[in-house]
Design a protein around this ligand. Structure first.
Ligand SMILES: [Zn+2]
Length: 229
């Protein structure tokens, strides 16, 4: 299992504490927002000084969210190194461990807002994040969690962007991270095997270990998933 800790206070203070605790990875959760309600992509911000692991992890996560919800990826194959004109950089650049800032869905997009506010949508986001952590940090350790905007000492009322139809970015980001925390704590052993999973909504119906080299082909007409030749 993984250990987790939520960090609060101003962003630099959170990062300082995560360094002191020797976190193996650090995640800050946001939702994106745009004047255009049709903006429809997943993106991850890394610090300008991000390691290759941070970049690869961020791309893996953004691309997995895009496939999960059938949306586009933003940035450079899913990541914006150094943030939006520097915005986001200071949220991560002082960490000593791989660190990413998640912008998986748009608070301003009506369809995305439905996912953000639903238990099922939150669980699906939490599962993608948990999968990404298992994939990139298989040896486990302490995962640092940070809710964007909320709990800043210098700006205690900040909750980020308004969600279409009501509510605030930071409150829903916190719900996703809380679900991810429960999933991470429930991980019994490292994910060493390649898995095929069948899911419906946020429910796992079936899973099977497959050979690392197996080719997998889905025939949507016959409804057959063929593993191997
Ligand atoms: Zn934000």
């Amino acid at each position: 299992m993984y250990d987790t800790r939520f960090y609060k206070g101003d962003y630099q203070e959170r990062q300082r504490q995560a360094n002191e605790d020797k976190c193996v990875a650090y995640v800050e959760h946001h939702f994106n927002s745009s004047a255009s309600p049709s903006a429809n992509y997943a993106v991850v911000i890394t610090g300008a000084n991000a390691s290759q692991t941070s970049r690869n992890w961020g791309r893996w996560y953004a691309q997995a969210v895009a496939r999960e919800f059938n949306i586009a990826v933003g940035g450079d194959q899913g990541i914006l190194v150094g943030g939006y004109n520097g915005r986001g950089d200071y949220n991560l650049r002082f960490t000593n461990m791989p660190a990413i800032l998640l912008e998986p869905l748009f608070a301003s997009n009506p369809q995305h807002a439905e996912w953000i506010k639903s238990e099922s949508g939150q669980s699906r986001l939490a599962q993608v994040l948990t999968d990404s952590i298992q994939r990139f940090f298989p040896n486990r350790g302490l995962i640092g969690l940070s809710v964007g905007h909320k709990y800043k000492t210098s700006s205690p009322n900040d909750r980020g962007a308004a969600i279409y139809g009501g509510g605030w970015e930071a409150d829903y980001a916190e719900q996703v991270l809380t679900k991810a925390e429960a999933m991470l704590k429930a991980v019994a052993e490292p994910q060493l095997n390649r898995l095929v999973r069948v899911v419906q909504g946020d429910q796992l119906l079936w899973q099977w270990v497959v050979d690392e080299d197996a080719e997998i082909n889905w025939d949507p007409v016959r409804g057959v998933l063929r593993i191997g030749q």
